[in-house]
Design a protein around this ligand. Structure first.
Ligand SMILES: Nc1ncnc2c1ncn2[C@@H]1O[C@H](COP(=O)(O)OP(=O)(O)O)[C@@H](O)[C@H]1O
Ligand SMILES: [Mg+2]
Length: 248
């Protein structure tokens, strides 16, 4: 399954959510930092020392002569025991223009023995990331609960459905820090997409993913990881149920 998370506006916690979900995934999962504006995984989770080839650029180079699946298998790393298998992202936004997005997206889609969770960053219409979105089985819009980001989600939902996503792609909303002030369920209803779930504000646990802080004892039982576990289970297994309910 190919899942892409992205934001409509700002920095709600897409990278954090993708890593937290991938870490709690009930099957084999790979987190791919595909933020076209430049990835944060190498500097954040990797604290600046990431194997240089284990990036989207490294993958594109290998994919010139090797199938994407085999190249990805060789390049992903698990930087520490609490982390998912991960591929870091671009170093600069300029690299996005040279990336064979289409080829990588088709290759990702063909992988059958792992689920891929891609961090698509913040949506901008001109990016090559559109081919990744088009190839995805499920696209998750990550948002905070204040009016400006929620408005941006409400505007983006019809654009994605009409112009970017495949007809059978599921589209859902993941709210980070609901109730500030809008409830997650109201956000989903007003934006016209299914509610995937809600991640609590949990700065200490979030810093493990966004800044590469060492997890403290009980990290696995933190609010963030417990919520991520529930959402990962639903996202990994309830795909047909969501489709049957008529949500896309
Ligand atoms: N659930 C959360 N609770 C508290 N802070 C969070 C949460 N998710 C993300 N953050 C914080 O928000 C900031 C941006 O997170 P990041 O995942 O890099 O966002 P994005 O990928 O959308 O730019 C980071 O400082 C991160 O620690
Ligand atoms: Mg990010």
């Amino acid at each position: 399954m190919l899942i892409t998370l992205l934001s409509a506006k700002g920095s709600p916690g897409v990278t954090t959510a993708a890593l937290a979900l991938a870490a709690e995934w009930p099957y084999t999962a790979v987190m791919i930092d595909a933020d076209p504006s430049g990835g944060d995984v190498a500097a954040g989770l990797g604290r600046g020392s990431w194997p240089p080839a284990s990036t989207l650029i490294g993958l594109a180079v290998e994919a010139r002569h090797t199938p994407v699946e085999a190249a990805l298998r060789r390049l992903v790393v698990r930087p520490a025991a609490h982390c998912p298998l991960t591929l870091a992202g671009l170093t600069t936004p300029e690299q996005s223009a040279a990336l064979p997005w289409q080829q990588l997206a088709v290759g990702f889609r063909a992988i059958s023995d792992a689920d891929l969770l891609c961090d698509g960053g913040r949506y901008t219409p001109s990016d090559g990331v559109a081919s990744l979105l088009h190839a995805s089985d499920h696209v998750v819009l990550v948002t905070r609960s204040a009016l400006p980001p929620v408005r941006a989600v409400a505007r983006l939902v019809p654009v994605l459905r009409d112009e970017v996503l495949a007809a059978d792609c599921l589209l859902s909303i993941l709210v980070v820090g609901g109730g500030r002030p809008y409830a997650a369920s109201d956000i989903a209803t007003n934006c016209g997409a299914a509610l995937l779930g809600e991640l609590p504000l949990d700065p200490r646990a979030a810093f493990v993913w966004s800044e590469g802080q060492s997890p403290r004892r009980g990290f696995g039982r933190s609010q963030l990881q417990r919520a991520a576990r529930d959402i990962a289970a639903r996202l990994a297994s309830d795909q047909p149920a969501m489709a049957a309910e008529g949500l896309r």
